[in-house]
Design a protein around this ligand. Structure first.
Ligand SMILES: C[S@@+](CC[C@H](N)C(=O)[O-])C[C@H]1O[C@@H](n2cnc3c(N)ncnc32)[C@H](O)[C@@H]1O
Length: 202
């Protein structure tokens, strides 16, 4: 397993039973709320949340329509929590860049506050493109900070947190992942430190 993946798995296995009460649980709540505002889903669609944590986001999405809901996370303990809390959703342990789905299988892929954990974030976008149907949507939300807060977070906060947080992305770097992977951007939301981009596979 790669360096940041290993660190993430170890830390989130420990956080899993009390995730909602941890700093991450509180910090990510705003991102999940905004992603939920932005997303639309329809009956019958297959929707996957990558790095699903304890399943809160995919469960909330599953209340919007009669979807087939899936979640994957690198942490087996997080997936145990997901299965106990949301038995109607299909959860699996998986890394973000090798998803256990066939080509062109899914209508929607979401990712919330996970991108900055990935050793090779560009590989996730190629993988999301592979599993999405033509016309399928990808929605990714991740933290954004202007300098010098970006550097402070990367150099001081991330090492102290020791949870496999690797790097933060500028608005341009974030958008470039979509463009470089042939995922045309349909909407962007930059609100405070929440950056969210929605794209449609053509
Ligand atoms: C900050 S938490 C966010 C969890 C959830 N998305 C939320 O918003 O509450 C980051 C999550 O990403 C997962 N994760 C980290 N690296 C991963 C990887 N390479 N593949 C899949 N999941 C990963 C962690 O186990 C953890 O559950």
């Amino acid at each position: 397993m790669k360096k940041f993946a290993k660190l993430s798995q170890a830390k989130y296995d420990k956080k899993a039973p009390k995730y909602d009460k941890t700093i991450d649980g509180h910090y990510t709540a705003k991102f999940k709320r905004k992603l939920l505002e932005a997303i639309t889903v329809s009956d019958g669609e297959k929707v996957l949340d990558v790095g699903c944590g304890n399943g809160t986001l995919i469960c909330a999405i599953s209340r919007k329509a009669k979807i087939h809901a899936y979640g994957v996370d690198i942490s087996p303990k997080m997936i145990d929590e997901c299965r106990a809390r949301h038995p109607h959703i299909d959860f699996q342990v998986s890394v973000a860049d090798e998803l256990p789905f066939a080509d062109n299988e899914l209508d929607v892929v979401t990712m919330c506050c996970v991108l900055h954990h990935l050793d090779e974030p560009q590989n996730f976008f190629a993988e999301a493109r592979r599993v999405l149907k033509t016309g399928g949507r990808l929605i990714v939300s991740d933290p954004w900070y202007p300098p010098p807060f970006k550097q402070f977070t990367e150099w001081i906060v991330f090492p102290l947190h020791n949870a496999g947080d690797k790097q933060l992305f500028t608005h341009k770097e974030f958008r470039d992942f979509f463009v470089e992977n042939d995922l045309p951007v349909t909407e962007t939301y930059y609100r405070g430190n929440v950056q969210t981009i929605m794209a449609k596979k053509s």
